[in-house]
Design a protein around this ligand. Structure first.
Ligand code: DX5
Ligand code: ZN
Length: 242
């Protein structure tokens, strides 16, 4: 009967949703910006051994953002040190394209950039993907999502900033929750496998809010690296995901 069919459909949808929402599907990506740069290789090894899933690698150019951090040589050095896990490169730089290529050569798994830092967003995305690297777009708290619709299907990840980029240790901007929810709807409607990442001010209090809004990938810098026991902190963060 129609009732049975719809019950069955609901049942299978629930199955898919349950699977989608299982623990393995949540990614914790510590931002190495908050780590001890003098011991970077060791810090990255330790945080991964403590249960982190990805390495979040913040690249700042003192032009797109008012701070200067690390480039492709440091990414390559982590690979040479023996880091084999997923490196999630967040470019806060303008222009994007040349350095993105250097990061692919240096071993990045995913490269995300801010749409306002590229004159040709579609071209920048495909220049990354053509080399077999994953691509993401990043939206600041006051950047509208209007560039997303036409390229969503080309992306592997959308990153919503919950602070203004440039520094670690800032407070979570709550209006980003609405943006996360909007992107969650867009991704679900697309039916594609696109991660929804949140970055900035994520800690034991805010990670639950971001997950409730629809995020599945969580960057945390100071909330992890400013604690003594990374393993305990990461499992506490994970336990707050709803
Ligand atoms: C900000 C960076 C973030 C930052 C997050 O520009 O993109 O990744 O390091 O740091 P916390 O978690 O300390 O807010
Ligand atoms: Zn970041």
């Amino acid at each position: 009967t129609a009732y049975e069919i719809s019950a069955c459909l609901v049942g299978s949808e629930m199955c898919i949703r349950d699977r989608h929402m299982s623990d393995q599907n949540y990614i914790i990506a510590p931002s190495i910006l908050a780590s001890d740069f003098a011991r970077l290789g060791e810090e990255v090894r330790n945080v991964l051994d403590a249960g982190a899933d990805w390495v979040h690698f913040d690249v700042m150019d003192n032009h797109y953002v008012p701070n200067l951090t690390i480039g492709p040589m440091v990414c390559e050095a982590l690979r040479k040190y023996g880091i084999k896990e997923f490196i999630d490169v967040h470019l806060m730089i303008d222009p994007v394209d040349d350095l993105a290529q250097n990061f692919i050569k240096a071993g990045a798994d995913l490269i995300s950039f801010h749409p306002e830092a590229s004159k040709h967003i579609h071209r920048s995305i495909h220049a990354i993907k053509d080399k077999g690297c994953k691509a993401g777009l990043v939206y600041n708290p006051a950047t509208p999502l209007n560039t997303l619709e036409s390229v969503l299907d080309d992306l592997d990840l959308v990153l919503i900033m919950s602070v203004n980029p440039g520094f670690g240790g800032q407070s979570f901007i709550h209006s980003s929750l609405e943006k996360i929810a909007q992107v969650r709807k867009m991704i679900d409607n697309s039916g594609r496998d696109i991660r929804l990442e949140v970055d900035g001010g994520i800690n034991k209090e805010t990670i639950g809010l971001a997950s409730e809004a629809g995020a599945d990938t969580f960057v945390a810098g100071s909330a992890i690296f400013n604690t003594e026991n990374y393993e305990q902190t990461i499992s506490e963060l994970r336990s707050k995901i709803v």
